[in-house]
Design a protein around this ligand. Sequence first.
Ligand code: ADP
Ligand code: MG
Length: 289
Amino acid sequence: LASAMAPQPATVACQYRTGRTLGSGTYAIVKEAIHIKTGKYYACKVINKKLMEGREHMVRNEIAVLKRISSGHPNIVTLHDYFETSHNLYLCFDLCTGGELFDSICARGQYTEADAAELVRTIFAAVKYIHDCDIVHRDLKPENLLFRSKPEQTSEIMIADFGLSRVMAENKLSMLTEICGTPGYMAPEIFKKTGHGKPVDVWAMGVITYFLLAGYTPFDRDTQRQEMEAIIAGDYRFEPEEYWCNVSQTAREFVSECLTIDPQSRPTAADCLAHPWLTAEQPHFVESE
Ligand code: ADP
Ligand code: MG
């Protein structure tokens, strides 16, 4: 793996002792790891080289992006160290012990509107930071949003997994065309292959906001094909009513704006942060018992 990951002595791996598995994704297993010298705990993303064969550039890219933004924002996971052995690549991150937002939503059923707004505001501020650094994340979803510690605190929600992210200049808004991501969170322009960029992250935030408020995602369908067709058509509803009766019109409008089909007309992260749903001091929330 060229310059970004010059091979290092295999002994580097021996500086850590790995423990329990924290999670896994498409290409990686993430394990708790103790730095033997300091006794400090980290999260170590172990990427199998064989599984990644031909896609090594993805890891190189993930490291390059993390180097560019890590430590620059309190709500983005910090990369501490990386090294490789003959079999694996290792990325060592700050350990987040609070678990995935996904599990938190499932445990609660759904978030109250006030809690959802606070969380969405915090995540969007970090997304704006990423975009200001000319990076598009492309895989925003509750599985990649982690709480730094337990009990979960909104201020400690962390954006993780820059495996699909790309560096892209502001003026090349619609440069990327490959199909990638997690279907339920993918924007219409990704399926249409008309080129995509930062607006895909705003779309994903719309899906995440819907999920937080309702406890289920907007484009769930029986087959992936139907799901894709629903996304392209922007076919979702604030239904069934029993899940939405306590959700304000302002919140619904916020979701609808994030889920604007045309990426050129979709609000930016900065626009979203200025939306009344996220700026209101006394929110428009329906009081309910
Ligand atoms: P993939 O690219 O395979 O999806 P991720 O970076 O998303 O890999 O990591 C997979 C899972 O591992 C995450 O969804 C999360 O549950 C867990 N994980 C990742 N990073 C950390 C971390 N810093 N602290 C704790 N758990 C983590
Ligand atoms: Mg992931």
